[in-house]
Design a protein around this ligand. Structure first.
Ligand code: GLU
Length: 264
């Protein structure tokens, strides 16, 4: 199943807050630089690449001296406004080292709820890719609330993959794969290499916690897998520690958990 990935044309990569920051919430510059290098290389090899990034709220809240991720909505919105500008500046600088242009695209649920906005989003993304740009997407957290927005970037990235008809979505996170039970509490937990279809049995394997500055956990990753599966997009969950894992996924190596899907 993984073999076919070598011929894929369009790749969406999602990085979680825990992938681009240290546990203290400050930016992991080494990792962001490696990510910029790997994604530019993938682009140079002829593939369309989109990056979905988290981190705005986490990075913004640390910058403003908050001790942990805010829970009050307006504080989250303020933190996102500060952090989003910071992460885009860093991405721009690192991608620029490899002469790769990037663009910021911020989305809310409106973009997927209305046909017209969906089409506008698709047009913008397609045009950016035609022009050789790597779009960098996040939720528009500073103007949206959970009620009117998409509260986690796992599902957001699956929706982006659906909008642009991507071949694969790669979720980079702080755990290397889906396990049949929690590997933190069960040393005998087994890695699931391949999921052909997200069934109730697979859903039961997901825990539900994120880390101090991030959201999500395995639950939202499986929800993303279901969106991908319905849209005919393949998906992989991999450890974000080493961005070169993206090359290994595309080469069809047995890393992380691979979710199959068939184009309808
Ligand atoms: N959009 C949020 C942020 O940039 C993160 C949501 C998520 O990590 O799923 O901070």
């Amino acid at each position: 199943m993984r073999e076919l990935l070598k011929d894929c044309n369009r790749v969406v990569v999602k990085v979680g807050t825990s992938t681009i920051t240290y546990p203290n919430g400050l930016l992991n510059l080494k990792r962001i630089e490696e990510l910029a290098w790997v994604l530019t290389d993938l682009k140079n090899s002829g593939k369309d690449v989109v990056l979905v990034t988290s981190g705005a709220i986490g990075v913004g809240s640390v910058r403003m001296g908050m001790k942990e991720r805010p829970t009050v909505m307006r504080q989250k919105q303020a933190a996102a406004a500060v952090g989003q500008a910071m992460i885009m500046q860093i991405y721009h600088n690192f991608f620029d080292r490899y002469n790769q242009t990037v663009a910021q695209v911020l989305l809310t649920k409106e973009e997927v709820g209305s046909e017209e906005r969906y089409q506008n989003t698709k047009n913008t993304m397609e045009t950016l890719m035609e022009l050789g740009v790597i779009p960098i997407v996040n939720a528009n957290d500073s103007i949206s609330t959970e009620e009117i927005g998409i509260s986690d970037n796992d599902r957001l990235s699956a929706i982006v993959a659906e909008i642009i008809c991507a071949d694969i979505l790669i979720l980079m996170t702080d755990i290397d794969a889906l396990y049949d039970s929690d590997p933190k509490s069960n040393p005998n937990a087994k890695r699931i290499s391949c999921v052909d279809w997200v069934t109730d049995e697979v859903r039961k394997m997901a825990g539900d916690k994120g880390s101090a500055f991030s959201v999500g956990g395995m639950l939202t990753k499986l929800q993303a897998a279901e969106i991908c599966q319905d849209a005919g997009v393949k998906m992989a969950i991999v450890l974000g520690e080493d961005p070169t894992v993206i090359h290994r996924v595309i080469a069809g190596e047995d890393v992380g958990t691979f979710f199959n899907s068939r184009r309808k």
